[in-house]
Design a protein around this ligand. Structure first.
Ligand code: SME
Length: 137
């Protein structure tokens, strides 16, 4: 029989699949919210290692989504002033909040090496992905 996979193992497989199947999904990861300390904490991810494992609410694209509860599509990161750079190869970013029983629990964060690659189809797709992820909680 197959060993039972933990939630983090499933999320890592999901990140790997998204990174492999979508050419412009070059860094794919989850951040999870700690509402007590108002910080985001890096969960499973694939792509270049990042120093930004803890992000305060309000800071960067991720921190803004923790407060806004809405998708944030950044076609060109160089045009953002409240942005946390992880790698100079990153040109664009999309962050979609993860809702569990109505609460913003965190987000899926995707960086791209391509300028302006994200469409409304990516938003709808990642909202669907997060609805499936929410079932793991
Ligand atoms: N660029 C993000 C930080 C996380 S890294 O992309 C992995 C931001 O501005 O919040």
């Amino acid at each position: 029989s197959q060993p039972v996979k933990s939630r983090d193992e499933k999320l890592l497989e999901l990140c790997t699949l998204l990174n492999e199947k979508v050419s412009y999904y070059n860094w794919v990861g989850f951040y999870f919210a700690d509402h007590e300390t108002r910080t985001l904490h890096l969960g499973p991810y694939v792509g270049a290692p990042t120093d930004h494992t803890v992000i305060p609410f309000g800071k960067g694209i991720c921190g803004q989504v923790a407060e806004s509860n809405t998708n944030f599509v950044v076609p060109d990161v160089s045009a953002q002033d409240n942005y946390i750079a992880c790698s100079f190869t990153v040109k664009s970013e999309i962050v979609v909040p993860l809702f569990v029983r109505g609460q913003n629990m965190g987000q899926i964060d995707i960086d791209s090496h391509v300028l302006d690659p994200f469409s409304e189809a990516d938003e709808r797709f990642l909202e669907f992905v997060n609805q499936e992820v929410a079932k793991l909680f």
